[in-house]
Design a protein around this ligand. Structure first.
Ligand SMILES: [Zn+2]
Length: 368
């Protein structure tokens, strides 16, 4: 894998192209870039790149990562960024860290929440500031906005239980609290990503008007159409659950009954992704990178493959990590190859719509 920063004007000759939205690849052809943007006009004397043996597609976006995690690991932020880029991922949305951090890097696009908000005494204190009252939460949201946060991450439920099938724990916030926090965030221009598992948590988030549901394990089938109706995206994060079964070390820590519970919970979630995709929910690929057993960057291909397993078509599954992901994360002019958009591109060998596994070994990441 090679990372190339595009010079001023470049002509890229490609063998095939997937533009980030269509159901098929096209090509061969030539794409032009000028000043970091995709252009339909050649420059005066463009540099040229010969990718006639490769397929060009938008660089990928991971909708849910924790760049400060894992805490116990010795790798640096720069190493995590590098691992992310080397996997063909050029943009990520941060989902919270223990200490307030505004992450930035000259090569990786990062949408920051700085720090999530949770309720004191409930799940999430390792990713967030735990507040004890609504006024404290509102003060914190104002403060985060003035510190440059690009979205708000709310922790509105626990994680689901590995021992009791379907158990998602107590709910930290009332409807009034959730609605007030969401309204203030939106007034300040922040989209709201809500960690929510269990049907009641998801329903409260929908009523509050959040922009995306993160995880959403154990929401009921009847809740899925509500996401479509209210234009709320869903980032189902299959990977952080699947790794507990596929990673030999993590799996060895579980009892047979826990393995069974996790396996049933994952199967249910995969089925719901298939149903949600068919209903037209905007689905985002988010890996929860940094969570136990989930490496930064390379995990995204696994999430796409699980989407395929759920029944999403090749283009639908890949949109979840490109054009739909960019919309969910609030990255403007990204994720679709069209004139005027940012020239963050990935070259792969083969057809990524037919063979998602080739994304595990991308050839070239082009950065503008
Ligand atoms: Zn997370």
């Amino acid at each position: 894998m090679q990372i190339i920063t595009l010079s001023e004007e470049t002509a890229i000759h490609y063998g095939a192209l997937w533009n980030g939205v269509d159901t098929e690849i096209a090509g061969p052809g030539t794409l032009f870039t000028t000043a970091g943007l995709i252009s339909d006009q050649p420059g005066y004397q463009p540099n040229s790149l010969n990718f006639s043996h490769l397929t060009l597609m938008p660089a990928m976006t991971d909708c849910h990562v924790h760049l400060a995690m894992p805490y116990e690991s010795s790798d640096s932020f720069a190493e995590r960024v590098n691992t992310t880029l080397m996997a063909g991922v050029a943009a990520v949305r941060e989902a919270g860290s223990r200490n307030e951090t505004f992450f930035s890097d000259p090569r990786l696009l990062i949408a920051n929440c700085c720090r999530a908000i949770s309720k004191k005494g409930y799940y999430g204190s390792n990713l967030s500031k735990a507040v004890s009252s609504l006024p404290e939460a509102l003060t914190e949201i104002n403060r985060l906005a003035s510190h440059g946060a690009q979205h708000l991450k709310l922790i509105t439920s626990d994680v689901f239980s590995f021992s009791q099938y379907g158990e998602t724990g107590p709910l930290p916030f009332t409807q009034t609290e959730l609605t007030a926090m969401t309204e203030l965030a939106k007034k300040l221009g922040l989209a709201v990503m809500a960690h929510a598992s269990g049907d009641e948590a998801v329903r409260r988030c929908i009523a509050a008007g959040v922009n995306s549901i993160e995880h959403g394990y154990f929401m009921q089938e009847e809740t899925l159409p509500e996401l479509v109706k209210h234009d709320i995206a869903w980032v189902p994060t299959l990977t952080p659950v699947a790794v507990h079964l596929s990673n030999p070390h993590l799996s060895s820590l579980l009892s047979p009954s826990e393995k069974n519970t996790i396996s049933r919970s994952l199967e249910r979630q995969i089925e719901m992704v298939g149903l949600g995709g068919a209903l037209g929910i905007r689905i985002g690929a988010g890996t929860d990178a940094g969570a136990k057993g989930v490496p930064h960057g390379s995990s995204l291909v696994g999430e796409i493959k699980l989407f395929r397993q759920a029944g999403l078509t090749g283009s639908h599954a890949l949109k979840a990590a490109t054009s739909d992901a960019a919309k969910i994360c609030g990255f403007k002019n990204l994720g679709v190859i069209q004139p005027g958009n940012r020239a963050l591109l990935l070259a792969v060998r083969g057809n990524p719509l037919m063979q998602p596994e080739i994304l595990a070994q991308p050839e070239v990441l082009l950065l503008a």
